[in-house]
Design a protein around this ligand. Structure first.
Ligand code: OAD
Length: 256
């Protein structure tokens, strides 16, 4: 199947030449880079042996009482993305950004692959496994890949000796206020003309809301996912297949 022919003709005609584009991504977009998703078959949380422990380690409570455990899981996540490279889906979004006047990407992914591919205007709402915040002095830092992937205990701050935490939103934590404000500006106040949501089970209200707002404002909404989700009936077009096929197809139709 040529990517270009994968899109419904009506969708291709409707999006051609649009200059204001938004995208929302989740773990499925990195699947074709070899990084497992969280849920579903082969997903980290659905692993019959370790799934529940992984979820538990990624909670605010575990970070407070047993931060080494949280860090070991963060290191494990980082190991999974250590050799991963951006795939056709990541590159397609970069191509779109370079060729339209307004582009915004909201990603839930903490693997850094969108940034590595070259996406610039990005809200990484769940943070990044490589970034740290000191619980003692609030200093922000960054761990290089080899340090992070070999961590077995909570790292400490070079300035004050306090414990570092991963700059990732854990279960039970609120979203960073500055990023919520960016979301409000880009998706609520001024929704893009085309909003694509790809590779996410779309479980969280703040991931669903931009879609509902865009629809209410008469914008075009598209979902890309091999499986149906609770959003599939709520978007204008539900494309049932991998992001690595459909995002390049969408870019091609848009930029024709
Ligand atoms: P999930 O693991 O919940 O969902 C992944 C989605 O990707 C599923 O709907 C799959 O059907 C779909 N999928 C699989 N392969 C795909 C492909 N090749 N192309 C497109 N889609 C594909 O991941 P998220 O929705 O991202 O939080 O999960 C949301 C958040 O829950 C994550 O950010 C994470 C987790 O707890 C944090 O890390 C803070």
């Amino acid at each position: 199947m040529r990517p270009e022919t994968a899109l419904p003709g009506e969708l291709s005609r409707e999006i051609r030449g649009l200059q204001s584009v938004g995208a929302i991504t989740g773990a499925g977009v990195s699947k074709e880079s070899g990084i497992p998703t969280y849920r579903g078959k082969g997903g980290l949380y659905d692993d019959p042996e370790k799934g529940d422990q992984t979820v538990d380690a990624l909670t605010a409570t575990t970070l407070a009482v047993d931060p080494d455990r949280t860090w070991r899981v963060i290191a494990e996540l980082a190991r999974q993305s250590l050799t991963a490279k951006p795939n056709a889906a990541h590159h397609a979004l970069v191509k779109i950004e370079k060729n339209v006047t307004r582009f915004i990407l909201l990603t839930q992914n903490v693997d850094g692959l969108h940034q590595l591919a070259g996406t610039r205007n990005i809200i990484d709402i769940h943070g990044n496994t490589f970034d740290t915040v000191c619980l003692g002095c609030d200093t922000r830092g960054h761990l290089d890949r080899s340090t992070l992937t070999s961590i077995t205990r909570t790292p400490v701050c070079n300035s004050c000796g306090g414990h570092l935490r991963p700059d990732v939103v854990l279960f039970g934590e609120i979203l960073p206020r500055d990023k919520v404000e960016q979301m409000r500006q880009n998706f609520y106040i001024n929704p893009p003309d085309l909003l694509v949501i790809a590779g996410t089970s779309a479980l969280f209200p703040y991931i669903l809301e931009p879609i509902f707002i865009a629809r209410a404002a008469g914008k075009i909404t598209v979902e890309i996912n091999p499986e149906p989700t609770k959003l599939s009936d709520q978007v204008d077009y539900s494309l049932r297949g991998p992001a690595g096929v459909y995002l390049p197809a969408l870019a091609e139709a848009l930029l024709k």
